[in-house]
Design a protein around this ligand. Structure first.
Ligand code: GLC
Length: 590
């Protein structure tokens, strides 16, 4: 197998330099600049742009879907169309095609959708996460796509942030282990593996540590105001382990560190990540993130590329980006050595993946369609759900529920709603309530687990359950992503309180199941319900929730985030205004 058989660990990528340098030596300036450009496919005038500009990469950002729909064939055909154009470029260098496969290949209807990281973090199970990543890479490669913008190794310090659920935990020691496992699963033992995808550790650095009020929506893309020791202690560990695991790409954060945009910080991108940590892959900017920096577009490009950015997720003004970067090189404002270093890093990854002229066909292997969304894959996702649930309260031994109970009433907006249980980054960028993709709702799982002898009734508002001794209220948050999930407070919605009240009024013992991207303030119902289960955003396999409720699997999940009391006035971890209801690591069992 030669070099390609080497495990993807630190300093593996530079072993491809002889091959990468030989390719680099053949390239014109414009071909080099093309490799440093990643448009969103939405903004290509024609697929031929890929060959005409020797583009290094194309992405499908949130909602950048095939014109023919979000099904497996449409995604595969779309990828093949762009990749086949890349093979027509002068040097025939294949594309890296990037998507946000952040909890399975979540863009595609019928994919196995895993719990979001907020739930996976509660499993503390690195082996399971690696299995999740291997299945994810297989389903991503089924569409031909070869680059996943995952894992998010953020360490959120304020759960009012809309991206809390993309993080495994507020504890860097949990994040560093699970992030490493995700990289090893996605990239497999070798990036040359036809089932491997390039991974992307993100968002570097301190994306989850911004100060509340430092961003338009509160926290997202704000300013992380901490000293260097704190930045290293909390926000760096996930990059140390993923770089050592050979992660192919890292995505700088939109956010700033002490007022300096991460996308333009030489200290962070070059001095710390590349020189001190020895990162040998390449940096991909976030979506139009360099445009958030001060100055004109040309100045933004100059600052970011000279700081160490290697490829820019432009995503729209990509021709202008190429023209301006060419000017900067011709004016020597961006030295040719920086261009060559950036392109060498990109070519290292492509050589490691066999994405080279005359290499193995980079077109989709459609035989993988057989296992896409398979029962085997879904069984693993269901086990993830079981292991992610955290039992916060269980009084009067209401749990586990008895099979064959006479009558169970199920209620709540999230009980029979795939979209709610999957959350954001599912089919669409923001996700959406309703029949968003294929899978099993929590209600369907309860009906199956209860058995034919049990009368299982359902109403969204909790009414109509008279006679049932047990009520299960499945409530929480509706889908959101990024800044749209920033909140100023985290109470349960009034209709959820009404649902619970109706069930209590009908004499039921109530089991509260929370579907949310983060802990929610539950003081006003905690004393009122008999059991509470944090189910997070479980994904497509809602039956895993029933497995725990009926005792087929004993709950073992441990909180990755501390749970705030109602009296909390400042949700930032460690602030005097933060009052803890449950600590990180809390979780009951049967
Ligand atoms: C988004 C996110 C990033 C994602 C990228 C491409 O804005 O910040 O996590 O990978 O753009 O969709």
């Amino acid at each position: 197998m030669g070099r390609a058989s080497q495990a993807a660990t630190k300093n593996t990528l530079s072993s491809f330099d002889p091959q990468a340098k030989a390719l680099l030596a053949q390239m014109t300036l414009d071909e080099k600049l093309g490799q440093m450009t990643q448009p969103d496919k939405l903004y290509l005038q024609s697929p031929d742009d890929v060959a005409n500009y020797s583009l290094g990469s194309v992405l499908s950002g949130g909602d950048s879907d095939p014109k023919t729909g979000n099904d497996l064939i449409s995604w595969t055909d779309m990828y093949d169309e762009y990749q086949s154009r890349a093979l027509r470029s002068r040097l025939h260098i294949p594309l890296l095609y990037g998507v946000d496969a952040v909890h399975g290949h979540n863009n595609v209807i019928g994919a196995t959708v895993f719990p979001h990281n907020v739930g996976l973090g509660c499993t503390r199970n690195a082996e399971l996460i690696q299995q999740v990543a291997r299945i994810t890479s297989e389903e991503v490669r089924a569409t031909g796509i070869n680059w996943a913008f995952s894992p998010c190794v953020t360490v959120p310090q304020d759960i009012r942030w809309g991206r809390t659920y993309e993080g495994y935990s507020q504890d860097p020691d949990i994040v560093k282990v699970l992030g490493e496992a995700m990289v090893k699963g996605l990239q497999r033992e070798s990036l040359a593996d036809p089932l491997a995808v390039a991974a992307c550790a993100k968002h570097y650095i301190g994306d989850g540590g911004t100060t509340y009020g430092s961003a338009k929506t509160g926290l997202d893309q704000g300013n992380t105001e901490v000293d260097e020791a704190t930045l290293r202690r909390i926000h760096l560990p996930g990059y140390i382990t993923t770089v050592n695991a050979g992660v192919a790409t890292v995505m700088p954060s939109y956010s700033s560190w002490n007022g300096v945009h991460c996308s333009g910080s030489k200290k962070l991108l070059t001095d710390l990540l590349k020189n001190e940590l020895g990162f040998e892959g390449f940096l991909i900017s976030d979506y139009a993130a360099i445009n958030e920096m001060p100055g004109t577009y040309k100045q933004q490009i100059e600052t970011s590329i000279n700081a160490g950015m290697d490829m820019v997720m432009v995503p729209d003004k990509w021709m202008e980006y190429i023209n301006l970067l060419r000017q900067l090189v011709q004016e020597n404002a961006v030295p040719m050595s920086r261009i060559d270093d950036a392109v060498l890093r990109i070519l290292r990854v492509k050589c490691a993946m066999g994405l080279t002229p005359g290499g193995p066909s980079p077109l989709a292997d459609r035989s993988l369609h057989r296992s896409f969304g398979s029962m085997e894959h879904r069984a693993v996702a269901r086990d993830c759900v079981r292991q992610s649930l955290v039992l916060l309260k269980n009084e009067n031994k209401v749990l586990p529920l008895l099979k064959g109970a006479a009558h169970i009433h199920v209620a709540g907006e999230a009980a029979d709603n795939i979209g709610n249980q999957c959350g954001g980054w599912t089919i669409t960028w923001q996700g959406r309530s309703g029949e968003d993709t294929l899978g099993t709702t929590i209600l369907t799982g309860i009906r199956a687990a209860a058995g034919p002898a049990t009368k299982v009734t359902y109403s969204e508002d909790g009414s109509g359950g008279k006679g049932a001794k047990i009520g299960i209220a499945v409530v929480g948050e509706t889908p959101y992503a990024e800044m749209f999930g920033d909140r100023s407070e985290l109470r349960l919605k009034s209709q959820a309180l009404g649902t619970i009240a109706r069930m209590k009024a009908d004499g039921m013992q109530v089991v509260l199941v929370l579907i949310s991207g983060r802990p929610l303030v539950i003081d006003d119902v905690l004393g009122y319900v008999d059991a509470v289960v944090a189910a997070w955003l479980p994904g497509s396999e809602g039956a895993g929730v029933a497995d725990v409720l009926f005792g087929a699997h004993k709950p073992g999940g441990k909180l990755g985030y501390s749970w705030p009391k109602e009296s909390t006035t400042d949700f930032r971890i460690g602030s005097p205004g933060y009052h803890t209801l449950f600590e990180v690591g809390y979780g009951l069992s049967y």
